[in-house]
Design a binder for this molecule. Structure first.
Ligand SMILES: [Zn+2]
Ligand SMILES: [Zn+2]
Length: 440
């Protein structure tokens, strides 16, 4: 028999709705709060959950998220049944994984029609994706180059595509930046998910071209099965949406952003701490021209931090300070700022950090917004990072040069008596996240 679970703290509502559903052939379960509702979900695996939003011990958004993040065998249809009718709540319920949103009072026809539509063969897919890989948490490099793509025989080992990293933890798929590496990731995702729903979040550090140029060529944008949330911070001059759609306007690109069939939302993040599904995220403002952030993502297995474009502020201030009186203040300020960066990174398991130049090259590029390998190693070692990946390789650096910089970084870490592992990020490399020994 088909089973429906009603989670609502209003006993009268449960009873009325229960009677209607029982009369229509459903076996009805009831719970008066979020926690007991979730227990019944895992015990009985109902086909449909009707869930209020405001309840004791677990609100409806949390119930939706918990159901979607658990490894239920059978996809559950979730219908939010609530007295609230704010667009922001509808969106939040959808983001949390609800399939439908009904506002009380709910007519018998409306509830039966919604259930029938959601449980019919050929009904729209469940969001977020209830399928696909739930392999151990990991990251994968799809583009590691800075500034401009650099294909050619000199970059076949580390790759020529610009910034793009895939982060997976549980069912969450988070993409960091949309450089040209995004194109390959799109192909891989479509091959993996085929016509199943694809629920993705793209975090943008900033909108310099090497971080957004792959977006028009991201295959899932053209799939109606794809839901993509693009999150980033407001630009110094224009909104995020304006900038992203601008690069797809004629005469730059033939398909306008507004015409894409994928379900795409662009959101400017206002806080430096936020949640992407079950993954906690934190952001930090980098020292780079315009508005640019780095991110740190926390999974059960460990955390990954990504700061692709950053000129270590201490070095920047020292190199540009001419007047000794001003310099001391300036250096003190830089010291504090650097301490904040180190706090942000403290204990990170895997870090991809701007290391565009070697120490000598940096002297020719002071104020360009990028750092050198020596500073990247020093910062990572002081922040007690476990594994550092040199990132945002200079377009003028071939594989030999990049490998030499990584070797130099390892030597520096060793000389500093640090256990830091140093490698150069390589396109196609998958890096598992595993908690370090002795860490719970
Ligand atoms: Zn860049
Ligand atoms: Zn940049």
């Amino acid at each position: 028999m088909k089973t429906v679970l009603i989670i609502d703290d209003n006993a009268q509502f449960r009873q009325l709705l229960g009677e209607i559903l029982a009369a229509n052939g459903w076996s009805v379960l009831e719970a008066a709060d979020g926690e007991s509702g979730l227990r019944l979900v895992s015990q009985y695996r109902p086909q449909v959950v009707l869930c209020d939003l405001l309840m004791p011990r677990g609100n409806g958004f949390q119930v939706c998220r918990d159901i979607r993040s658990s490894s239920l065998i059978r996809p559950v249809r979730i219908i939010v049944t609530t007295g609230r009718d704010y667009p922001v709540d509808r969106q939040a319920a959808k983001d949390a994984g609800a399939d439908a949103y009904l506002t009380k009072p709910i007519s018998t026809e409306a509830i039966l029609k919604t259930i029938a539509e959601l449980t019919a063969a050929g009904a729209p897919p469940v969001f977020p994706a209830g399928s696909g890989s739930s392999a151990p948490a990991h990251i994968k490099f799809w583009g590691v180059r800075g500034s401009i793509p650099t294909p050619g025989s000199g970059t076949v080992v580390h790759g020529g595509n610009t910034s793009c990293i895939e982060f997976r933890a549980g069912k969450e798929i988070i993409i960091l930046d949309a450089g040209t590496g995004l194109r390959g990731l799109g192909r891989a995702l479509l091959a993996e998910f085929k016509d199943q729903p694809l629920n993705l979040t793209l975090l943008l550090t900033h909108t310099h071209w090497d971080h957004i140029q792959g977006l028009p060529f991201f295959g899932p944008l053209y799939s109606p099965n794809c839901r993509l949330r693009i999150l980033g911070y407001e630009g110094a001059r224009k909104s995020l949406e304006h900038i992203l759609s601008g690069q797809m306007e004629s005469p730059y690109f033939p398909v306008p952003f507004q015409k894409l069939p994928g379900n795409i939302e662009i959101e400017e993040v206002k806080d430096l701490q936020f949640q992407v599904g079950s993954v906690r995220a934190a952001a930090w403002f980098a020292n780079h021209p315009g508005i640019c952030v780095g991110y740190r993502l926390f999974a059960d297995a460990g955390s990954f931090a990504y700061i692709p474009d950053n000129e270590p502020i201490m070095r920047h201030r020292i190199e540009t300070a001419f007047c000794p009186v001003v310099a001391q203040d300036s250096v003190n300020f830089a010291k504090d700022e650097e301490a904040r960066m180190i706090d942000f990174l403290r204990g990170t398991d895997v870090l991809a950090l701007d290391s565009q130049y070697d120490r000598e090259e940096y002297q020719q590029h002071v104020g360009w917004g990028h750092g050198c390998v020596d500073d990247a190693v020093s910062i990572a070692a002081r922040a007690e990072v476990q594994r550092l990946y040199l990132f945002h390789h200079d377009p003028d650096h071939d594989d030999t040069k990049v490998a030499a910089m990584a070797a130099h970084g390892r030597k520096l870490a060793q000389e500093a008596g640090s256990n830091l592992q140093v490698n150069a990020a390589r396109e196609g490399e998958l890096v598992p996240l595993r908690a370090r020994a002795g860490k719970s």
